[in-house]
Design a protein around this ligand. Structure first.
Ligand code: SF4
Ligand code: SF4
Ligand code: SF4
Length: 160
């Protein structure tokens, strides 16, 4: 144990892994306004045909991309009587898929499952001389639909 870590341990200041901020349903108002006005009625969750909206912390709805992708059908927004999900004719959200270190291809194992399901073609595998092709996510092209998340065998993609 090095000095700094030991001090932190003895002082009870071990840093816990911080939970990533939840992804709210598409078209959600900014977080502070959303949690102030959302009545936690669950209408959006019940309306989602993909069943990707779950009851999150404190009962507020959030997206669980492990259950599937968002098709941007707009049913959740239309079901929300509190008005905290805007009209589905505006941009749904700014979240994007992000690659993490556990990606098999980054570790030298051949895998392209994520690219195969990306309709926006935002995941590219460039040729790599003498090695396994690695994925790169084009943030500008990514729509944040999350289709790649549940397809990844090692949960290496997060959307946020
Ligand atoms: S837009 Fe459709 S698929 Fe996406 S979270 Fe809302 S209801 Fe579900
Ligand atoms: S429908 Fe609207 S008010 Fe009800 S839980 Fe969903 S976001 Fe909140
Ligand atoms: S599916 Fe997962 S492990 Fe496979 S290349 Fe994509 S991110 Fe990497």
């Amino acid at each position: 144990m090095n000095g700094g870590t030991r001090r932190d341990f003895l002082g009870g200041r071990f840093t816990r892994k911080r939970r990533a901020p939840p992804v709210r349903p598409p078209w959600a108002l900014p977080e502070e306004t959303f949690t102030a006005r959302c009545t936690r009625c669950a209408a959006c969750r019940e309306a989602c045909p993909e069943e990707i909206l779950i009851r999150g912390r404190n009962g507020f709805p959030e997206v669980d991309f492990r259950r599937g992708e968002c098709t941007f059908c707009g049913d959740c927004a239309r079901a929300c009587e509190a008005g905290v999900l805007r009209a589905p004719d505006t941009a749904p959200w700014a979240v994007k898929a992000q690659l993490t270190d556990s990606c098999l291809a980054l570790g030298g194992v051949v895998c392209q499952s994520c690219a195969d399901v990306c309709e926006a073609q935002a995941i590219a595998f460039g040729a790599r001389a003498g090695g396994v092709s690695r994925p790169a996510i084009d943030s500008a092209a990514c729509r944040g639909c999350g289709a790649c998340v549940s397809q990844c065998p090692v949960a290496a993609i997060v959307v946020g």
